[in-house]
Design a protein. Sequence first.
Length: 104
Amino acid sequence: MSSYSASMQYTIGTALSRALDAGHDVEVLVEGQWLSGRVVASDGVGVVLEVNETEHSVVRMDSINAVRVFAATPHRRRLHTARIAEERLPDGAMPMPGPRVPAE
């Protein structure tokens, strides 16, 4: 099982950089509009999203409010289906988890 570091800072820039490295498609939220494409370049000030061979967008990083990355979440803990089934109540509902204890 991998450990989680509480000091990790996952930013919009980090998400876009990882998407660039891995070739993942993304959507970025700019002034209430979602723009989609594949990250093909980024210099920290702007990012280039390629939609297809004849269309791309250039977006200022400071204009991006959110990013959707079409890939698995990094450091995601895998849930075990059998355990989830055991935790369900007879009516199929699943109880909400209690408060978490900070890791040491």
